[in-house]
Ligand binder design. Sequence first.
Ligand SMILES: [Zn+2]
Length: 120
Amino acid sequence: MRTPRVRACLDVCASCESAVIVALDAAVAGIPVRADPITLDGPSELRARLEGRMTYNLVGHPVNGRFLVERIPELVRHRRHPVVAAHRCPGPVPVTAIPPPTDIRSAGSGACSSGDIPPF
Ligand SMILES: [Zn+2]
């Protein structure tokens, strides 16, 4: 099981201007992931997988920080966390659904900050 290190942040897709969740998918050699901020049920996750999109557990707490963890075969059987899928343009959530940055930063220590940016 992978241990995430970088907190998930809300952002805007540069191509379609939809809301996306941005995070690394792993603590070591993590790959940047952009995911749609929509929780999937079982059939929706299966549909996303058949479309070739990876799915992730959104673990953690909104105040202390959330992380994306790839749903590897050992995790895909369980549904203990919200499940999201990799973003594909156009996304399902318009950018207007994201609160202004000042609201995100005032949400507590779980908000994204420059300390969440990997050193590369
Ligand atoms: Zn997009």
